[in-house]
Design a protein around this ligand. Structure first.
Ligand code: BGC
Length: 260
């Protein structure tokens, strides 16, 4: 199996029950997932992300999350990092001690089960492409998550291009996520209108660079679409994510190791 099973590639996609964990800058969330529908089959359990978010600290919270749900079996984990072959290559909102760490080995040791680790926005995008706002869509589709940072999952005819990191594009002389992440709205005390203006400028930049057919707006901010989505006009079709905050858990569960 490839490291990145594709939403439209049925052979590579797991079926049946699975388990996903979404590691974010502020919270770590987990739940079992029904892979026929992408729906969580039990209430998700959340623990604050320890600070500093070091590898050992996160590995022990991952164990707590799995034990809480009494889950036995492979686990998919997504985190706010570039991840290639299980190795964490960037650490924008977690501790720098992660750089170069094999997250798959670390978490597998901690829970005694096989683990696959991917980028959080890639996982969210996989969920939206399989069951949500991107279902059946071809061409270039970009799923952006607005939370602590800005994450991106890019798909070409349903095939994921992993680790695109479009939140770090430059916008007005700053990294885009420093101007337009959802957390910046609170940090800079912006009202929705002013924040939406920044998001719109960012989306316009993404549209000019990649000419997507569709941009899916996800992450925590997608729970309040009425506040900002109607203010956007970046010159491309927009859709609000169907899975909101659960997309990472669902997508990570699909990408859990398939032992079959
Ligand atoms: C990270 C990405 C991540 C995004 C959303 C960014 O700071 O670099 O890897 O997908 O935040 O969590």
């Amino acid at each position: 199996m490839s490291s990145f099973p594709q939403p439209h590639g049925a052979a590579a996609v797991r079926t049946g029950p699975s388990f996903g964990i979404d590691i974010g800058g502020s919270g770590m969330k987990a739940a079992p997932v029904d892979l026929a529908t992408g729906q969580l089959t039990a209430d998700r359990f959340r623990i604050d992300t320890p600070q500093p978010a070091t590898p050992d600290q996160l590995a022990s919270v991952v164990r707590e999350l799995v034990e809480h749900h009494e889950w036995r079996g492979p686990v998919g984990v997504c985190m706010p990092s570039v991840v290639t072959h299980g190795i964490v290559r960037s650490a924008a909102n977690i501790d720098d001690g992660w750089l170069g760490v094999n997250g798959e080995e670390l978490f597998a040791e901690s829970i005694g089960q096989p683990v696959h680790v991917v980028n959080d926005a890639d996982a969210a995008g996989v969920a939206e492409m399989m069951w949500g706002a991107g279902r059946g869509r071809s061409g270039v589709v970009i799923c952006l998550t607005f939370g602590t940072g800005i994450g991106s999952g890019m798909f070409v005819d349903g095939v994921l291009v992993p680790n695109t990191e479009l939140g770090h594009l430059e916008l007005d002389g700053h990294e885009a996520e420093q101007r337009a992440a959802a957390s910046v709205r609170q940090r800079d005390s912006l009202d929705w209108k002013r924040w939406a203006y920044r998001v719109d400028r960012y989306l316009g930049h993404v549209v000019r660079l990649f000419s997507p057919e569709l941009i899916i707006l996800g992450g925590g901010a997608s729970k309040r679409p009425d506040e900002w989505v109607d203010r956007l006009d970046p010159g491309c079709e927009l859709a609000v994510a169907d899975f909101a905050n659960n997309a990472g858990i669902a997508g990570a569960a699909v990408l859990a190791p398939d032992l079959g």
